[in-house]
Design a binder for this molecule. Structure first.
Ligand code: SF4
Length: 477
C-alpha cells in the first residue's frame, strides 16, 4: 500500500527490506482489528485491578517506617499508580503512540461501555471547547498538590475515581459507543496528544487508495467505529488516534506504519497551528508541572512562607496558619503530622503559577526570537516552533513523576546511585531532540543556513529555560 506520509526507511535497508518491515507492522494493525474481543477482555481485567488499587488502600492501615511496598496496600498502590503506571504510560506515548488509550486504559474502556448503553445525546458545544486539555491538566495538577494525591489513598479516589466516574457519566449521556470524555475532557488528553506526535508508529491513511476503493455490490457497507471520534479519512498524525486498530485495512487505505519520529512535528504540526497546544507545552508542562514538583523543595518557598507567617501573626491573620480544612480541600492528616494550612495552600498555588508565568515569559521570548530569525514574525510559525519543545516538556514531566518511583525504591534500600546520571542523560537527550526538530522545522521556512542556525539557537534558549527548573530541583537544592 502506498503511503501519503513519509514512512521511516531504516538506515541501510533496501526498499524491499523496508517494505517487508512495513508489511509486518501493518499485519500487527490487522491483528489488533481482528482481536477486539480479546482486547476488551484485557481491558476488563485491567478495570478489576484498577478498582482494587483504588479501593484496597482505603481499607488498609497507613504505612509506618517499617512498611514495605509488598507488605502495605497503601504503599503498593502508591508505587503502582504513581511509580510505574503514570510515568511509564507517558513513555509509552513516545514509543507506541496512544496504544495505552485504545488498548488498555480502564477509564476509556468504561466510558465507551457506558456510552454503548447510554442515552446517545448529541455532544454539546461546551464539551468541544479547545481549552479543556489545558484547563483539565492544570486544575488536576494543582488540585493534586493541594490534597497530596501522591501520598494518600483518599485523594486518589477523588482524583482518579472522580475522573473515571465523570468519564462514565459523560459517556452515558453523549455519543453512542464513543469515548467523548477521552476525546475532549480527559485531563491527560492534551499531554498524550502532544507526546504521541513523537511516536514512530501511526495509522497512515492512503488518500488515493481511499478514493479508488469501490464498494462491492452485495457486500455490507464497510463500517468502523472509531471510539475517540477521529475523522479517519483526513487523519494525518497520531495525536488524536487511540491506536485501537479497528480501522486497520479500512477501504484498503489505512495501515499501521512506521514513520520518522520527527515526521508529525515537522510536516504536520505546522499546517494546523494550535495556540492551546503551545500554551499546554510552555505554561502547562514546562512551567506549571515543574512548579508543582518543585515547590516543596524550594528554599524560596520556605523563606516566603516564614515571612508571611510572621506578618500574619503580627497583623491578626492567625486563622491562615491555624485553620484546618477538610482533606479533600487541603492536605489534613494530623496522625501523619502532615497538614497544609490555608497559608501553605495559597502560597503553593501562588508559587506554582509564579513559576509557570516566569517560565512562560522566558520560553516565549526565546521562541519569539527563534520565529523572527526565520523572517517577519508570524504567529503560525511561532506555534509550529513551539512544537519542537515537546521532547523537553515530556521529559520534564517524566522526571517529575518518576521522583515518586525513585523515592519509594530508595526507601526499600535499592541502590539508585545512577539516577542522577540518568536524569542528566534524559535531559541532554531531550535537548538534542528539540534542537534536531528545530533544525528540521526551520527548513520549512528558510533555506538560509544562518537563519536556521539562529532559529535553532532560539529553541536552544527556550529548552534551557525549561531545563533550568529541573536543574534547580534535582541539583541546586
Ligand atoms: S483512527 Fe480511530 S479507529 Fe483508527 S486506530 Fe485510531 S482510534 Fe482506532
Amino acid at each position: 500500500m502506498a503511503s501519503v506520509q513519509t514512512p521511516l526507511r531504516p538506515a541501510g535497508l533496501d526498499p524491499q527490506a523496508s517494505g517487508r518491515i512495513q508489511a509486518g507492522v501493518a499485519r500487527v494493525g490487522l491483528w489488533l482489528r481482528d482481536h477486539q474481543a480479546a482486547i476488551r477482555r484485557v481491558q476488563w481485567t485491567i478495570i478489576v485491578a484498577y478498582v482494587a488499587l483504588l479501593v484496597a488502600p482505603l481499607l488498609a492501615p497507613m504505612p509506618t517506617r517499617l512498611s514495605h511496598i509488598w507488605s502495605n496496600a497503601v504503599l503498593f498502590a502508591q508505587f503502582v499508580f504513581w511509580g510505574i503506571w503514570w510515568p511509564f504510560v507517558l513513555v509509552s506515548m513516545v514509543l507506541v503512540g496512544r496504544s495505552w488509550c485504545g488498548l488498555f486504559c480502564p477509564e476509556g474502556a468504561l466510558a465507551e461501555a457506558a456510552s454503548r448503553h447510554g442515552l446517545g445525546r448529541a455532544i454539546p458545544h461546551w464539551i468541544k471547547w479547545r481549552g479543556w486539555p489545558f484547563v483539565a491538566f492544570a486544575s488536576t495538577t494543582i488540585y493534586g498538590q493541594m490534597v497530596s494525591v501522591y501520598q494518600y489513598p483518599k485523594p486518589v479516589i477523588v482524583v482518579l475515581g472522580g475522573s473515571t466516574l465523570a468519564a462514565m457519566v459523560v459517556g452515558f449521556l453523549y455519543g453512542h459507543d464513543k469515548r467523548v470524555w477521552c476525546r475532549y475532557l480527559c485531563p491527560v488528553n492534551g499531554v498524550f496528544a502532544l507526546l504521541s506526535k513523537l511516536a514512530p508508529l501511526h495509522y497512515a491513511v492512503d488518500n488515493q487508495a481511499w478514493h479508488a476503493w469501490r464498494h462491492r455490490p452485495g457486500k455490507p457497507p464497510p463500517f468502523v467505529n472509531c471510539a475517540p471520534l477521529v475523522p479517519i479519512r483526513i487523519m494525518q498524525g497520531a495525536s488524536a488516534c487511540h491506536m485501537c486498530g479497528r480501522c486497520a485495512g479500512f477501504k484498503q487505505a489505512v495501515a499501521l506504519e512506521i514513520r520518522s519520529p520527527s515526521h508529525e512535528i515537522v510536516h504536520v504540526a505546522g499546517g494546523e497551528p494550535k495556540s492551546w497546544e503551545t500554551f499546554l507545552i510552555v505554561f502547562g508542562l514546562m512551567g506549571l508541572a515543574a512548579g508543582a514538583f518543585q515547590w516543596a523543595s524550594s528554599p524560596l518557598f520556605v523563606t516566603v512562607r516564614q515571612k508571611f507567617a510572621e506578618w500574619l501573626v503580627e497583623h491578626g491573620g492567625i486563622a491562615m496558619i491555624e485553620l484546618r480544612l477538610p482533606w479533600w480541600i487541603l492536605t489534613n492528616y494530623p496522625d501523619q503530622n502532615d497538614m497544609m494550612t490555608p497559608l501553605d495552600g495559597t502560597l503553593m498555588i501562588g508559587y506554582v503559577l509564579g513559576i509557570a508565568c516566569l517560565t512562560t515569559a522566558a520560553v516565549s521570548a526565546a521562541l519569539a526570537l527563534s520565529t523572527r530569525a526565520l523572517g517577519p514574525f508570524q504567529i503560525a510559525r511561532f506555534h509550529h516552533l513551539a512544537q519542537c519543545l515537546i521532547p523537553m516538556a515530556g521529559c520534564g514531566l517524566f522526571l517529575g513523576l518518576s521522583m515518586t518511583t525513585v523515592t519509594l525504591l530508595r526507601s526499600e534500600g535499592l541502590p539508585l546511585g545512577f539516577v542522577g546520571d540518568l536524569r542528566i542523560s534524559l535531559l541532554g537527550g531531550a535537548t538534542l531532540w528539540c534542537l534536531w526538530l528545530a533544525w528540521q522545522v526551520s527548513a520549512c521556512y528558510s533555506a538560509s543556513t544562518a537563519r536556521r542556525l539562529a532559529s535553532s539557537a532560539g529553541i536552544g534558549a527556550a529548552v534551557l529555560s525549561g531545563a533550568f527548573n529541573w536543574w534547580l530541583l534535582f541539583w541546586a537544592w
